[in-house]
Design a protein around this ligand. Structure first.
Ligand code: FMN
Length: 185
């Protein structure tokens, strides 16, 4: 697959096969994507928490729904919806929580790594969704994840093998976001 094809065809994947992604494959993908970063030393402030077994996924998913259910918005959600969210998270083969230090340069570097990770995973038939839903950011959950004062969660990467690719999205043509800078005024 050419880099052009990879960039053009990669999509966010929300439905996965019920098949584990081997830890060695994950390690390899993380290693490669870190290596692609322009300033890898700025990844010193980044760490990952992995939940890919029934008990750890359950703790994370339950932690999320419990923490969200006591928030202003979550209080109004029916239990059925929270339970459906729990079940949906349990069906996903793995969740990678991305945590980085609260500094722009560290955050930018980690975002770069996440995009490369998604592209490299795609090449191996592994789909991902970078999730930053409000549900993931309740203070109670962040507390349970032991985030320090100086850390921020960049989101959770849900991942797994997939066999159905969503239809291509319409992209904004680059020319529409292009202005020629004129020095004369
Ligand atoms: C930083 C970031 C955060 C995202 N957060 C969410 C999210 O919270 N929920 C979600 O459904 N998709 C999320 N996405 C996925 C985007 O919605 C998705 O990438 C977009 O629909 C473009 O589709 P594509 O990735 O298939 O090109 C996120 C993507 C990025 C890069």
């Amino acid at each position: 697959m050419s880099i052009k094809d990879l960039i053009e065809n990669r999509r966010s994947i929300r439905r996965y096969e019920h098949k584990q992604v081997e830890t060695s494959v994950l390690h390899e993908l993380l290693q490669l994507s870190a290596g692609l970063c322009p300033h890898p030393q700025r990844l010193a402030g980044t760490r990952f928490l992995l939940a890919n077994e029934q008990d750890t996924k359950s703790r994370l998913s339950r932690g999320m729904t419990d923490a969200f259910s006591v928030t202003k918005l979550g209080k109004w959600l029916p239990d059925k919806l929270l339970e459906a969210t729990y079940n949906r998270f349990m069906e996903i083969p793995g969740h990678l929580i991305v945590i980085t230090e609260q500094e722009d340069a560290y955050i930018a570097e980690a975002c770069y790594m996440m995009q490369s990770l998604q592209l490299l995973a795609w090449e191996r038939g592994i789909g991902m969704l970078w999730d930053t839903d409000e549900l993931l950011y309740s203070p109670k959950l962040l507390d349970a994840l032991s985030l320090t004062q100086n850390e921020r969660m960049l989101g959770i990467i849900h991942y797994g093998y997939f066999n159905k690719t969503p239809r291509p999205r319409k992209r904004t043509p680059a020319a529409k976001r292009w202005t020629v800078y004129s020095a004369a005024e």
